[in-house]
Design a binder for this molecule. Structure first.
Ligand SMILES: Nc1ncnc2c1ncn2[C@@H]1O[C@H](COP(=O)(O)OP(=O)(O)OP(=O)(O)O)[C@@H](O)[C@H]1O
Length: 869
């Protein structure tokens, strides 16, 4: 902003005072019918919104940048600013400009940030929009998640692994923490979150505790079960403090706070969430599990489905309850259809009731609430009259809130406008004064005709006319021929060529009434409407419960739908320590195979006694990763309460799923990805339990072959010999050397994903069969990738040679040297071809002993490029 050298205008003084109160926020400053931005804000806003940037004088010797848009476009522009990562303070005029002579009072009415927003245009319908508040001490941290658009408020406390996992699962749109902890935060949790750091003073136990007591109007937090979580309480208190700071004061819809009950949910570490591609993927275009499963028909259901996916259960009873309802719904198609039809009518009841709490609901939304409550009543009837105990329980808890439904029905116009200013919101018969004013304002014509008729008769002027103009309002017009009949108390206002215009006290009084009536109607309707919304806000809790139960039903119905669509079966949940999947499929890959290809089903059996660890070898592209992931997904789906893609599945409850995928060297990142891989693997080994499922995909491939084999070997051995936790493990690897493990450890078994060699070709059978596999077929994959035939032939020769040498007990290094020496004699490397000389030199310079498979492939790629010129 250009510095002012002279006195600022009063408007800019007011602007600067307000701007200073909201550091870091872009201030939208209401001036008349526009929201204006100034200085740096204007530069930013014009860039993000593509609106014109102008300059205007600010005092006599300076200028300031300016960009603005009409106030009614706020809903269009605000989301763009917030999505671009801006915190936006909306500054409104707090009094009617018509009623004040000096500068109108202004103040910020809302500070919208990525994590604190309830506008439909900013929020994604199917995802929650969480603000995470984090407070950490040395080894542990407290976290609170708040979604102001739905009223959810959750807290947890634990070590950084747990907090990290929660951040990955809940994907908050914004994370707040104490200012001094910025470095620590990014070091521990990464730099991918939108963050905002707050002053330290808010982070005190007493202040936070008091804020919570005050908000919930309680004497202690015992009722919420969070009293002892001192760090989480601080995080939660600061979350409320932040909402207050962002000018969100009507928070009755945040009606309770709950602890995330760690002991109820399966532990999915962050790699599992990412690697199994549950609700998102590094690759934006990838299809994820939620894309396949989501057949919900309400936004609340869609959001709940996402929560169920990232938080599968680990207690048998609630899982079976869900599965039984899905089974019941599957068997009762008519009920299913009826329920679906009603849920579709309900809309986003959860966010709607939040808006009522925030006093931001518009008349049409209140009308929608009424419709939703009718559907709730129908759902209640369907559920209570069904023969499923679980559905009956849901039905009994649903509350159609008949009293308020009737109140809305009676007081609100059946089809109200979105904006209250349009009028016609409150029905007639609700308020006598409103009815009277409406009669005056809208019944005017009849009244005027009556006056005209009466006066015409009284004066004997048949051509008497009542009309209106802007100069002196309503008047009576008399043609010159009748002028003499005009009564003496009429006041002449205008003389025309052929006529004269008069006003009377009666007309004047009537006119004032009409003009005042419209304004009065608007303010009366607004008052009555606000009173109605206020009454509704007393029903937040039962309506939130309705929303939650409907969402639950929606997800269960969705599970029934996908089960029929995708031929899933009901899994058997047991307390045994085994996994027995027959004919399992990958729920996502099976939906996206090329036309004509079928997904090959596979059996996987694991237990803690005989077959705890399976080493899966097989060529590249055989389907090892798919098999690992499908096993993880089937367990996860079963414990969500969903049917599974298999012929049969017996799932002994799993408490944690860990996934690790060997790092593919990321040369550009500069960090040792192998080191990262080892760190991550170490964290699994420290958190094992007897009911854990571990999926290891090519662990160790990020280093040289022998290192890799040794580490993979040691990990398998460790898992097998762990004194307390016989974690079930699927271990996919390229190293067939690991097949030797089965000889020494009785619970390690070898399997391979089979292929058939026909002549020089490999056909992928994709069946998991007992026994190890002989070789990797990596060269075959190189051929499929289109490498030159000469090169492929040579690679085959080298391979054969190496295998022969190794079976003769020779060291791999020596074998490679021999192969290199022989290379000179081969025709392919005829010395005078400069291209081939270059390739020869490249190969000679390779240190095969430390070469990783990825580097080898990259070298092959280089060679191919050289050959192609
Ligand atoms: N059971 C199956 N039925 C049909 N197609 C499958 C099956 N399993 C895998 N595929 C297909 O094969 C492709 C390769 O599978 P996957 O990535 O699991 O192989 P991989 O053995 O892990 O290979 P690499 O060792 O190269 O990582 C998959 O993308 C999928 O399209």
């Amino acid at each position: 902003m250009a510095k002012s050298t002279t006195k600022e205008t009063p408007l800019m003084q007011q602007y600067n005072t307000i701007k200073a109160k909201y550091p870091g926020a872009l201030l939208l400053f209401r001036v008349g019918d526009f929201y204006e931005t100034f200085g740096e804000d204007a530069i930013k806003a014009s860039g993000i919104l593509g609106i014109v940037l102008t300059k205007r004088a600010n005092g006599s010797a300076s200028h300031i940048e300016l960009a603005g848009f009409p106030h009614h476009s706020l809903e269009t522009y605000l989301p763009k600013l917030v999505r671009a990562g801006q915190r936006v303070a909306i500054c409104d005029q707090l009094e009617d400009p018509k009623t004040v002579k000096t500068i109108v009072k202004r103040g910020v009415t809302e500070l919208v940030t990525p994590g604190v927003s309830y506008s439909d245009n900013i929020l994604q319908q199917k995802s929650n929009n969480y603000l995470a508040s984090l407070f950490f001490e040395k080894n542990s941290a407290g976290i609170a998640f708040i979604d102001i658009s739905t009223g959810e408020f959750l807290v947890a406390q634990g070590n950084s692994d747990y907090i990290d996992k929660l951040l990955q699962s809940f994907k908050p749109s914004e994370v707040i923490f104490p200012k001094s902890r910025y470095k620590e935060f990014t070091e521990t949790y990464g730099d991918r979150f939108y963050t905002y750091a707050l002053d330290e003073w808010a982070y005190t136990g007493d202040y936070a505790y008091e804020s919570l007591l005050k908000h919930f109007e309680v004497k202690s937090l015992k009722g919420f079960g969070i009293e002892r979580l001192s760090l989480a309480v601080i995080a939660a208190g600061v979350a409320l403090h932040y909402l207050n700071e962002t000018e969100h004061r009507n928070l009755q819809h945040i009606s309770s706070v709950a602890r995330i009950e760690e002991e109820k949910y399966m532990w999915l570490d962050r790699f599992t969430i990412r690697n199994l591609e549950l609700i998102g993927s590094a690759n934006e275009n990838a299809v994820t599990l939620v894309d396949v499963l989501d057949h919900t028909c309400s936004p609340m259901g869609a959001r709940m489905l996402r929560r169920w996916i990232i938080m599968p259960l680990k207690e048998r009873k609630p899982i079976e309850d869900r599965l039984n309802v899905v089974e019941f719904l599957l068997q009762n198609e008519e009920l299913r259809e009826n329920l679906l039809q009603e849920i579709r009518q309900i809309g986003d009841l959860e966010r709607l009731i939040s808006k009522i709490g925030l006093q931001k609901a518009n008349p049409r939304e209140v009308c929608q609430l009424k419709k939703a409550l009718y559907s709730i009543e129908n759902i209640k009837n369907y559920c209570t009259s069904s023969s499923s105990e679980s559905l009956k329980t849901i039905g009994e808890q649903l509350n159609p809130c008949v009293l308020i439904r009737e109140k809305i029905e009676k007081e609100l116009h059946a089809e109200p406008p979105v904006m209250i200013a349009k009028g016609g919101v409150i029905s007639s018969g609700v308020n006598e004064e409103l009815d009277r004013l409406r009669k005056i304002a809208f019944g005017g014509k009849g009244y005027l005709v009556e006056i005209q008729k009466r006066e015409a008769e009284a004066t004997g002027i048949p051509s008497l006319k009542v009309a209106f103009n802007n100069v002196f309002g309503y008047y009576l017009e008399v043609t010159n021929s009748h002028k003499d009949k005009v009564p003496s108390d009429w006041i002449r206002k205008q003389t025309l060529v052929n006529a004269e215009r008069y006003i009377t006290p009666e007309l004047k009084e009537y006119e004032e009434q009409i003009l005042g009536a419209e304004e009065k109607i608007l303010s009366l309707e607004t008052r009555l409407y606000n009173e109605l919304v206020y009454t509704l806000s007393e029903y937040i809790k039962p309506i939130q419960l309705n929303a939650q139960l409907t969402a639950q039903l929606d997800v269960l119905l969705c599970f029934a739908t996908v089960a029929t669509k995708n031929f899933y079966v009901k899994p058997q949940i047991t307390e045994d320590n085994l996994l027995d999947i027959k004919g399992g499929r990958h729920p996502v890959i099976e939906k996206h195979l090329p036309v004509g290809e079928d997904y090959i089903t596979n059996d996987v059996y694991l237990d803690n006694e005989t077959q705890q660890i399976i080493i899966i070898t097989g060529p590249n592209m055989a389907g090892k990763s798919a098999l690992l992931r499908q096993s993880g997904l089937i367990v996860l789906m079963a414990q969500m309460g969903c049917f599974v893609p298999a012929k049969e599945a017996r799932i002994g409850l799993v408490d944690k799923i860990f996934t690790r995928v060997g790092a593919s060297d990321n040369l550009s990142s500069g960090e040792s990805t192998f080191m990262v891989e080892m760190n991550e693997t170490a964290s699994i080994l420290n958190n094992l339990s007897d009911r854990s499922l571990i999926l290891l995909d090519e662990i160790g491939r990020g280093t040289s072959t022998y290192d890799g084999i040794s580490i993979a070997w040691a990990i398998a051995e460790f898992l097998h010999n762990h004194p307390t936790a016989k974690a079930k493990t699927l271990f996919a690897t390229h190293y067939h050397e690991l097949n030797e493990l089965a000889g020494s450890f009785n619970r390690i078994k070898n399997y391979n994903v089979s292929v058939k060699e026909v002549g020089n070709k490999v056909i992928f059978l994709r069946k998991l069969v007992p026994g190890g596999s002989e070789h990797s077929f990596g060269i075959h994959v190189a051929k499929m990738a289109g490498m030159p035939p000469k090169l492929i032939n040579r690679a085959n020769e080298i391979l054969k040679r190496l295998e022969q040498e190794r079976t003769g007990g020779e060291h791999i290094k020596d074998s490679i040297k021999k192969v290199q020496q022989q290379a000179y004699q081969l025709q392919m490397f005829s010395i005078d071809d400069p291209v081939l000389v270059k390739i020869r030199d490249m190969l000679n310079n390779l240190d095969v002993n430390t070469l990783t498979p990825v580097e080898a492939l990259m070298k092959l790629d280089d060679i191919q490029r050289i050959l192609k010129g």
